[in-house]
Design a protein around this ligand. Structure first.
Ligand code: ACK
Length: 217
């Protein structure tokens, strides 16, 4: 590619500081460790294993995927629609290299991915691309709905799936599916949305310091 193409990264996003990465990984591991021991989870094991009798160790089931971050715009070095416009956006230039505090408000688990939902502030939404939620199907979800940190993926699953799994859960909620409230855990309330989709709304959101930057790979 040309130098011009090279100047657009693989993706832009907020990169969590390393101390907070450890904290988030620990919280997520604790949650997975508890989730796979719950009777309610065992009842729906077939979603994860394909067999009712089989056991699953969720900590082993998901593979970590590098540095914890919240993608704003996946650019693929300029090949993605809107990538150049995003790179030239004033807010992107102004905030590049700045520190932010992200609010991680929920953890979610599906047979494909585990992730944290990020609730963006007004200022953070200035860095959010307008078309990020278009893959939500017929549901029209507010900007920022897809914001997440991928914590792990099942074997053979790409990290792009985490945001799609989150959109799917939010689209169900918007369609009036309240889900099945399973229990109040120490971390928050756990809800089941069918087909192996679990959401833990955190009682206390995790404040995560992060730097807005980009990744070239
Ligand atoms: O976990 P993520 O948000 O999902 O972070 C990674 C990052 O870009 C590098 O792969 C995300 N990603 C990959 N492909 C896409 C896509 N088509 N749309 C949105 N995000 C994507 C992936």
């Amino acid at each position: 590619g040309s130098i011009e193409e090279m100047s657009i990264p693989l993706y832009y996003g907020w990169f969590l500081l390393s101390s907070i990465q450890d904290k988030v990984r620990c919280t997520s591991m604790d949650f997975l460790k508890t989730l796979d021991t719950l009777e309610a989870f065992k009842k729906h094991l077939i979603d994860f294993t394909g067999k009712a009798e089989k056991e699953v160790d969720l900590e082993q089931y998901f593979e970590a995927k590098g540095t914890l971050h919240c993608t704003t715009k996946f650019c693929n070095y300029g090949k993605v629609e809107g990538a150049k416009e995003y790179a030239q956006n004033k807010a992107v230039g102004d905030f590049y290299g700045s520190a932010f505090e992200l609010s991680l408000s929920a953890l979610f688990v599906t047979p494909r991915t585990v992730g944290a939902r990020v609730s963006l502030s007004e200022e953070q939404l200035l860095l959010w691309p307008a078309d990020a939620e278009k893959e939500a199907g017929p549901a029209s979800l507010p900007p920022g709905s897809r914001a997440h940190v991928t914590l792990g993926c099942a074997e053979g699953v790409e990290p792009v799936q985490t945001g799609l799994d989150l959109l799917e859960i939010l689209a169900l909620q918007q369609g009036g599916q309240q889900g099945e409230l399973i229990e109040e855990m120490e971390l928050g309330s756990l809800t089941y949305y069918g087909e192996g989709r679990w959401l833990l709304s955190l009682r206390e959101p995790i404040g995560a310091l992060a730097c807005f930057s980009s990744f070239y790979g």
